[in-house]
Structure formats: structure tokens, C-alpha cells
Design a protein around this ligand. Structure first.
Ligand code: ATP
Length: 295
């Protein structure tokens, strides 16, 4: 095999709680992660030249060693020293710097894909161990599905799958710096923690409405203060029939959970027309865990 094509799927957080800050700046979290069917297309090709070459459709993204896909390739090439190098092509669809783990998903795809392409024979646990060196969300992006993430995000426990529903994703045209959001959170007392156990109970009961009712993200009010359009998008989604709507990760992406695809599409159209977001996608929950297949 000389070439492999993969789907690097993005995530939303059904729940995100922060329990504390470590000395090294990382935070202890308790999150319910959920894969959605919105993905970057990642192609990896073996080359004779012992180099890593990254290309992408987004001109503002770096293609040098600061691209996390490059870092993932470097890590495996340095460890296993195969002959030759790789050409990585990233066709980005997951909104960038948006709270959907787009970069982490690309890195996970490169680890997974190169492992197959070169036959490094790493199992999932071994891949995850390398993934966390690249970023706290990379182990989850390797695993995928409905998962409880603890520690800095690398201690992963599979949960009962989120029941099928339609997900409207809207990324407002504002930039959010994850570090700034966490710093602002650190400077205040957290008075209301999201009910992560309530979300897990809803999943155990396979009750999508109960899960939707309990959505909670401790970072949401912090980001909303800097980016009030988040509240407006949530309002539009709920008015259009969403079971609930919330910000993902540190934002600014907002997602709404809908029973009906048509309602999600209509809400998306309104949000776009009102100029609240340009990157708007109607998609679904995706619960296929990563296995030996290529996707
Ligand atoms: P998370 O949800 O894990 O916080 P995010 O959605 O906030 O992730 P990313 O889209 O992963 O953020 O990108 C964060 C930053 O990383 C961007 O500013 C971008 O310049 C840089 N970056 C490096 N490599 C990539 C990549 N392959 N895809 C996207 N961004 C990348």
C-alpha cells in the first residue's frame, strides 16, 4: 500500500466541566465527548524522499512543523525510521480554532493512517500514548464515539452511544483563543458545574431528550462574554425547535440537537441569512468507533 485516505471526524462536547488547574497549565476536566459526521479528508502518501510534506486547502493554515499533522508524522518517523517520507494532504471541513478538535482529529488520522501504511503494528493503546504527546484531545480522536474523558482529556471511558439525532453546527466568524478562555475561567470561582452524571444517566437510559436537557459547558459563559453572538445562535436554534443548544469546547462553535433534520436545516438557513454564522452544517451523531478500517 502506497497511499491511504481517511476521514478525520470532529467532535462536540455534550458536557464539559473543569475540576482544577495543574501546575503545568493543563486543566483537569470531566467531559462527555461525541463524534459528529463532519470531517477533514486526510490523504497520506509514501514518498521516496525522506521528508514530510503537508498541503491544505486553507491558505491561512501552516504547512510546516507547526501543523499538528506534521508533528504526528514526525513523531512516528523519528521513532520507527522507515525508508522515505510522507506527503500529507488535508482537505479541511471542520471549522478551525472552533472547539471541534479539528487539528487533533487530523493528528489522530495521521497516527492511525501511517501505522497502517508502514505496518508499524501499534495497537490502539500504543497509538493513544503517542497521541497525548501531541495534544490532550488526540487520544479521544483516535477512539471516537460517545466517551467520558477525564484527566487532561486522555483518560477515556466508553459510554453508551448517544441515540441518533440531527446536529446543527454553526461557527460564528470570530476567533477564540482557548488559552485566554481557560485563563479567564481560572480567575473566577466556578459557581455552577454542569451535571455530567446526569448526561451519563440519560445515555444509560438511551433517552436523547434527557441528554439534551442536561447539556452543560462550564466555559460557555466565559466565551459568551467575549462573543455575544453565541447566545443569539443558541436562541435561534431553540426557537426553531432544537431540543437544546450549546457551545462546543472553548467555542465559538454552537451546536443544536434536533429530532427532525428539516427543522435543523431551516434553523441553519435562518442563522446564515441573519449573518450570525457563515460556516453552518447539518449533520448527525456518529458512533462508529475506530477499528482496523480506514475511516
Ligand atoms: P480543540 O477543540 O481541541 O480546542 P480547536 O477546534 O479549538 O481544537 P483546531 O482547529 O484544532 O482548534 O486548531 C487550533 C490551532 O491549531 C489553529 O489556530 C491552527 O492554526 C493550528 N493548527 C495546526 N495544525 C492544524 C490542523 N491540521 N488543523 C487545524 N488547525 C491546525
Amino acid at each position: 500500500m502506497e497511499r491511504i485516505q481517511l476521514k478525520a471526524l470532529g467532535k462536540i462536547n455534550l458536557g464539559l466541566d473543569v475540576l482544577g488547574r495543574r501546575e503545568n497549565g493543563y486543566h483537569d476536566v470531566r467531559m462527555v465527548m461525541q463524534t459528529v459526521y463532519l470531517y477533514d479528508e486526510v490523504t497520506i502518501e509514501k514518498t521516496e524522499e525522506p521528508k514530510i510534506q503537508v498541503s491544505t486547502n486553507l491558505t491561512f493554515l501552516p504547512t510546516d512543523e507547526s501543523n499538528i499533522a506534521y508533528k504526528a508524522a514526525r513523531l512516528l518517523l523519528d521513532e520507527f525510521r522507515p525508508e522515505g517520507g510522507v506527503k500529507i494532504c488535508l482537505k479541511k471541513h471542520i471549522p478551525v480554532a472552533a472547539g471541534m478538535a479539528g487539528g487533533s482529529a487530523d493528528a489522530a488520522a495521521v497516527l492511525f493512517g501511517m501505522n497502517r501504511l508502514f505496518g508499524f503494528q501499534l495497537n490502539m493503546e500504543e497509538l493513544k500514548k503517542r497521541g497525548v504527546l501531541l495534544g490532550a484531545d488526540v487520544p479521544y480522536c483516535l477512539m471516537r464515539g460517545t466517551v467520558l474523558a477525564e484527566g487532561i482529556g486522555e483518560i477515556l471511558t466508553p459510554l453508551p452511544p448517544m441515540p441518533k439525532c440531527h446536529v446543527l453546527i454553526a461557527k460564528p466568524p470570530v476567533s477564540i483563543c482557548t488559552k485566554t478562555i481557560y485563563e479567564k475561567l481560572d480567575s473566577r470561582e466556578i459557581t455552577a458545574h454542569p451535571d455530567i452524571d446526569g448526561i451519563i444517566r440519560g445515555l444509560e437510559e438511551q433517552n436523547v431528550k434527557a441528554v439534551a436537557d442536561k447539556l452543560g459547558n462550564v466555559l460557555e459563559t466565559v466565551t459568551e462574554e467575549l462573543c455575544p453572538v453565541i447566545s443569539r445562535i443558541k436562541g435561534e436554534m431553540k426557537q426553531a425547535g432544537a431540543m437544546n443548544a450549546m457551545m462546543s469546547g472553548s467555542g465559538p462553535t454552537v451546536f443544536g440537537l434536533f429530532k427532525e433534520r428539516s427543522a435543523a436545516r431551516k434553523a441553519g438557513e435562518r442563522i446564515r441569512q441573519a449573518g450570525l454564522a457563515r460556516q453552518v452544517y447539518t449533520t448527525t451523531i456518529h458512533n462508529v468507533r475506530r477499528n482496523r478500517r480506514n475511516d
